[in-house]
Design a protein around this ligand. Structure first.
Ligand code: SF4
Length: 358
């Protein structure tokens, strides 16, 4: 690949926080004249390359991430952004693998390159967004804080545009593409689906098309409307966490328990699909609680665990069986409702045979 010459270039791996934060990074780095080179889309090769360097028990998203860093190195990028997002708010932490991402990469990838390891830590180090951004651009010799703050506004603009579009129901891909072009379009999608599900997982599991095996497209092709955390505001996700009676500790709980809690309470879904990476400690705790709550709300739930060995055929069969069950359940509910309504009508039909009219 031909890299831009005499330009500031930063490599961003398509993994982990990329799926939520890229609109911000795009706006921010571009405003400072820094060109972004992304790793290629995830392939089987990406997974194999990453898996070969880490211990087997490591969760799939981390293996994928390692593969993406290698991909950027193969492209000749020598400055790669590997942030350490420790804590997003006081006493709300990421999992240890996300927090220690730069250390992990340093230990498994021995090739020389400049790792830009900015740290966001709003708990212990009290290192907020501006400090994080200053660390991200210091290797390019940019130290003017006023410029950095100004560029962050451009980052927020792209980020907010992206979320406005996903909240309106636009697909992840389309919203991202529009946001990067500086467009904000609201889709008026009137298509009605007979069945709806909440897809509960992390962005890096859902929007990486190789990891998720395009689960959203597959469900939509089965006539199933899919809701995710991207249609929720932070307040709605927080309310969802409260619905499940949880105390917020993991940053990921907004995506997992928050999404599940919101859609369970909101009651517009027929079931929940949890997509869970094998080897994920925090998810195993969260999923357990979500399953218990789903039972209380009488909502069917399926937990699909994915790793690099997951075969697409078996994956699709499980989804189809679940969707089929949701359709049968819905039909039974509708028939039952009609029966009850007819019964109710019969009960209140006045029998006039014996009414004396004179
Ligand atoms: S939250 Fe789970 S899936 Fe994500 S990086 Fe941590 S262990 Fe891996």
């Amino acid at each position: 690949m031909q890299l831009p010459e005499n330009e500031m270039v930063i490599g961003i791996p398509r993994g982990m926080n990329f799926y939520h934060n890229y609109p911000f990074y795009y706006g921010f780095f571009s405003a400072l004249g820094i060109k972004i080179v992304l790793s290629d889309m995830t392939t089987k090769q990406t997974m194999n390359d990453g898996s070969a360097l880490v211990v087997t028990e490591t969760c799939l998203p981390i293996k994928v991430y390692v593969g993406h860093v290698l991909n950027l190195l193969n492209k000749g990028v020598d400055k790669i952004f590997v942030p350490s997002i420790q804590s997003i708010a006081p006493k709300i932490y990421n999992c240890s693998k996300i927090r220690g991402l730069p250390d992990l990469i340093r230990n498994v990838i021995k090739q020389p390159f400049t790792m830009i390891e900015a740290t966001l830590d709003k708990s212990e180090k009290k290192q907020g967004l501006y400090e994080f951004l200053a660390e991200a651009v210091a290797p390019f010799g940019i130290t003017d804080m006023a410029k950095i703050k100004e560029a962050s506004k451009a980052g927020w603009r792209t980020f907010n545009n992206f979320y406005v579009m996903t909240k309106s129901g636009m697909s992840y891909k389309k919203a991202l593409s529009n946001a990067l072009q500086g467009k904000v379009l609201i889709e008026n999608n009137t298509k009605e689906y007979p069945i709806s599900v909440a897809l509960v997982s992390h962005g890096y599991n859902i929007y990486d098309e190789r990891t998720s095996m395009k689960i959203i497209e597959k469900l939509e092709a089965m006539d199933v409307k899919v809701y995710t955390s991207l249609q929720l505001s932070k307040e709605q996700a927080m309310e969802g966490v409260n619905t499940l009676g949880e105390r917020l500790y993991w940053a990921n709980e907004f995506e997992m328990t928050g999404t599940a809690g919101h859609y369970l309470k909101d009651n517009k879904i027929d079931g929940i699909i949890v997509l869970n990476a094998f080897g994920c400690g925090p998810d195993s705790l969260m999923v357990e609680r979500i399953i218990r709550k789903a039972k209380q709300f009488n909502k069917p739930i399926i937990n699909l665990t994915i790793d690099e060995q997951t075969g697409e055929a078996g994956f699709v069969t499980r989804i189809e069986a679940f969707v089929d069950m949701l359709f049968r359940k819905k039909r039974a509910t509708i028939i039952n409702k009609i029966d009850i309504e007819e019964e109710t009508e019969r009960e209140y039909t006045i029998n006039t045979d014996y009414i004396e009219t004179k």
